[in-house]
Design a protein around this ligand. Structure first.
Ligand code: AMP
Length: 217
């Protein structure tokens, strides 16, 4: 089974697609956003840098991201992976390739999920996340509501409106940074011949499309 690097503008359904593939094909879902949120619980200098950058909607310094990522990806239990939120620019993509080839895990495809910016902003106000396992829920899509309001179906923890989802200015800034970097990333992976661009306006269809690619392999 091919590994997957997933990228998309925030709230384009990246987490939902990753979750569905993880459940069906047993991928290890590696989200640098989640890894960093976990790391910031430690109240030291690195924890504070992460908190500051995440709350401001800015990129966390690369050396911090590389450190948490390398620890996770090189773990022997991590076999097939989906990368979510990393790499975010060409500099990170080059470093990512270096790290993956060093440990013999550089067999991957890249999936670029696309959604209009307007639709992304609409989804922001709608999204809820489990504080423990990061499962994503929606307040308006029936199929994505938790069975009990505010409680995660999978682990029973609280389902909340994530702090860095709430600030529209921070979201717009994240979208802008994303587009500034996406063009370079798209080029980088296109040249390597591993890029697949998929319309994710209907997330269910996007999942089916990704499945076709990985099952064809
Ligand atoms: P996400 O959960 O992917 O939306 O990421 C939330 C936040 O974590 C981002 O806005 C950044 O502050 C930080 N972050 C996650 N991944 C990266 C990355 N690859 N490079 C830099 N910062 C990151």
């Amino acid at each position: 089974m091919k590994n997957i690097i997933l990228f998309a503008v925030q709230n384009a359904g990246k987490g939902t697609v990753a979750q569905a593939l993880k459940e069906k094909y047993n991928y290890d879902h590696i989200s640098t956003g989640d890894l960093l949120r976990e790391r910031r619980k430690i109240d030291d200098e690195i924890g504070r840098i992460i908190a500051q950058t995440q709350d401001a909607g800015e990129l966390t310094p690369p050396e911090v991201v590389y450190q948490v990522f390398e620890e996770k990806i090189s773990h022997p239990e991590c076999e097939n992976y989906i990368l979510d939120g990393f790499p975010r620019n060409v500099e990170q993509a080059i470093k990512c390739d270096e790290m993956l080839s060093k440990i013999g895990k550089d067999n991957y495809i890249v999936v670029n999920l696309t959604v209009d910016d307007e639709e992304v902003l609409r989804r922001v106000t709608d999204r809820r996340t489990c504080v423990n396992c990061s499962k994503i829920y929606s307040t308006s899509y029936e199929a994505m509501k938790p069975k009990v309001e505010g409680i995660c179906d999978d682990c029973g923890s609280e389902v909340i409106f994530r702090k860095d989802d709430g600030d529209i200015d921070a979201i717009k800034k994240r979208i802008k940074i994303y587009h500034e970097n996406a063009a370079g990333l798209i080029n980088y992976y296109q040249e390597k011949g591993v890029l697949f661009t998929i319309d994710s306006t209907q997330t269910k269809n996007a999942i089916i499309e990704v499945e076709k690619i990985i099952n064809n392999d």
